[in-house]
Design a protein around this ligand. Structure first.
Ligand code: SF4
Length: 324
């Protein structure tokens, strides 16, 4: 890609505010072509230096039509972002830090700030273009999806793209949250794949040298989780389990969800679930991240624009965000 093309992509993006700390995480709020607002994030994990690990979290939609129970981004939905609008978020950050050569050992790009990536074909175009646009040997894309039905063609193309460009360095993640079908339907209120479909796809996705597919639980004490259901469907050789806290979002408070993972990374009510999975050979990752990120508003499920619009503000999160 020529310099002029990069410049014109960046012209589509006008940064109107940024929040956070450069040595942990920054949230950027940008205006794009037709006046829509999008946000994206960069973060590092102290004490690991940026050259070892750098994570970008970009939006794929303006709002999100899914409306998960704990996510502040699901409050409204306007449209899908174009390839250019997604690429512009990435290039803004790479330009800011390095230019086109990214000497970072683990350079993760998560398509996970706002929007369900599987509902947007442009995400696939971005994944195809990135290896041509950036000189980034450590590049590792990460797709986190609720697996909406009717998007089987999207998932097939994703598998082809992974096999072509990203063998061994692609993170595929399904958001599960509950092993009860009824409760999963309440937490993620759209039609989505059942565990049969997820396991069939995951089995095909993980090929020699690939990373395991992640099953993610944003674990609330109110969630129902049963290790025997996981064992019935998912092979521990192909799937790993990731447990994350329910972050302090407006939606989590409204829906009375209490995180089952505490600040030290201990699982409280569902400890047995974790132990049973580990005993059965599953790799279980408890991922708490930086607590400071809750205050910045850069953590999963947080959405600065929801905070700016709120009449009554949460006390312990988004504290770096101030209305101009
Ligand atoms: S968690 Fe993802 S899919 Fe669910 S509402 Fe938020 S952005 Fe949309």
């Amino acid at each position: 890609m020529e310099f002029s093309e990069v410049k014109s992509l960046l012209n589509d993006l006008k940064i109107i505010a940024s929040y956070g700390k450069e040595d942990i995480a920054m949230v950027y709020l940008a205006e794009i072509k037709n006046g829509a607002l999008i946000e994206f994030v960069e973060s590092i994990q102290p004490p690991i230096p940026r050259e070892k690990k750098w994570v970008l979290i970009v939006s794929t939609m303006d709002g999100c039509p899914v409306g998960c129970m704990m996510c502040d981004a699901g409050g409204y939905y306007k449209r899908k972002l174009t390839e250019e609008e997604i690429l512009a978020q990435i290039l803004f950050l790479t330009n800011k830090r390095y230019g086109r050569s990214i000497p970072v050992e683990k350079f993760k790009i998560q398509f996970a700030r706002v929007g369900e990536p599987a509902l947007n074909d442009n995400v696939l175009g971005v994944l195809e273009k990135l290896p041509h646009m950036l000189d980034a040997p450590g590049l590792m894309p990460s797709i986190s999806t609720v697996a909406p039905v009717g998007r089987e063609g999207w998932f097939e193309r994703l598998l082809e793209i992974k096999n072509k460009y990203y063998i061994g360095r692609f993170q595929m993640q399904f958001s599960i949250h509950s092993t009860s079908k009824e409760q999963r339907d309440r937490i993620i209120p759209v039609k989505k794949w059942g565990f049969e479909e997820i396991t069939k796809y995951g089995e095909r996705f993980v090929q020699k040298g690939d990373r395991k597919v992640t099953l993610n639980f944003a674990l609330a004490q109110e969630n129902e989780v049963d290790a025997s259901v996981i064992m019935e469907y998912f092979d521990p050789e192909k799937f790993l389990i990731k447990i994350t806290p329910v972050n302090p979002t407006y939606r989590a408070v409204e829906n009375r969800l209490n995180s089952d993972v505490d600040e030290r990374g201990l699982v409280l009510k569902h400890r047995k679930f974790v132990e049973e999975l580990e005993k059965s050979g599953y790799e279980v990752i408890i991922s708490v991240g930086e607590l400071e990120e809750n205050k910045i508003g850069s953590n999963c499920g947080q959405y600065v624009q929801r905070h700016l619009a709120a009449q009554r503000k949460l006390e312990n999160s988004y504290v770096f965000v101030r209305k101009e």
